[in-house]
Design a protein. Sequence first.
Length: 460
Amino acid sequence: MSNEQLIVRQAYTNKTLKELPMHDASQVDVMLSTAQKLHKNGCLPVHERLRILQKLAELVNAEHEDFSRLIANEGGKPIRDARVEVTRAVDGIRIAVAEIQSIHGTQIPMDMTAAGAGRKAFTIMEPIGVVVAVSAFNHPLNLAIHQMIPAIATGCPVIIKPAALTPLCCLRLSELALEAGLPKGWAQVALTNRENSEKLVTDPRVAFFSFIGSAKVGWYLKSKLAPGTRCALEHGGVAPLIFDSCKDEDAFVTGVVKASMYHSGQVCVSVQRIYIPNNTLTSLAQKISDIAKIQIVGDAINEDSDLGPLISTRETDRIEAWVNEAIDEGAELLCGGRRINDVSYEPTVLLNPAKDSKVSISEIFAPVVCVYGYSDIEDAIEDANSLDVSFQASVFSTDMDLAMDVAKKLEASAVMINDYTTFRVDWMPFAGRKHSGYGIGGIGYTMRDMLEYKMLVIKS
């Protein structure tokens, strides 16, 4: 092992949870060689993969509360939300089991012209090869599920590099995979520094690269991939919500605070920009502020915490600077706007920040939401579409014709109508457009990415 140590700390108290030895360049090379050899020797039979995944779902579910507490401690997600993540993780494994049984090749008609006459053809699906996954901190178990489980399901050896701040869930998941019967080497966890992570990702033995994290890092790594390596990138957004009207304004307000402040806003599809008609702007923005300011911020392990800490002191510093800059540039502070401690920031609502403020054009990843007024909904749509990021968006209206028109005009990979940008189920396609990503996520879609078509043509 490398002499370098990875110290994992409790997200709120900064107390050491665990010290882990990190892998050096030679160990990364061994991981790749092991994975490549397994792939060349042939994948596990489908019935074995099904049995392993079914057992793994049971094992993860049996440690439901332990995983929940691990998520809260290492990642700072409030324990109530952490429990939801674990439930999603178990369901995610079961989704992969169902998808295995629905992914198959097809017969290709060959007699549509004389050139194909006398032949029969069909496709089969083969594992693409070694998968390398780099994951993010904000959903330490469920993101590992979305990257590791599709590889196991499709018969690809996988090496996953979890976020350095939150590796414990991923490590425990890999241990349970072995306990479920997955042979050694099929799922390896790499604890590496930046230099060795890049060597891992860009090695020519890698067939597929899965990345969840910042756009800057994701696009950089894509540019360095070996020729032939396929990839999928999932980055962030500056999610817009256009409000026209709704049946229950109080319910809308409560929901929009949750959708913007969930996990202290550290979610790639958090509501960040809310557009409201000028005639209701003041009253509705104040209602949002009133709910935001009563959210309880504290240690994520506490049952009464609505918001946990931010992932690092550096992030708290950045957010503080961005909010102060927005206020200096003309934004009205409705609530919040102050750091609580090194890793916590008050739930913050900003009214009409400048269009070129950082809080308006860049992903905040914090418990900060911006509210803007509009007189013409077309102007709101134009503002919503004005950035180089594009992920999920939302429109609220009791006029379904108007809502559908707005949805069609919004540049997004998914538009939620009378729901929030944070909505997701794990079998749906999940993807960013523009700078927000490349390829399509979602467990079944990722499994298809990790398989290659091979056509067999038989001449009679």
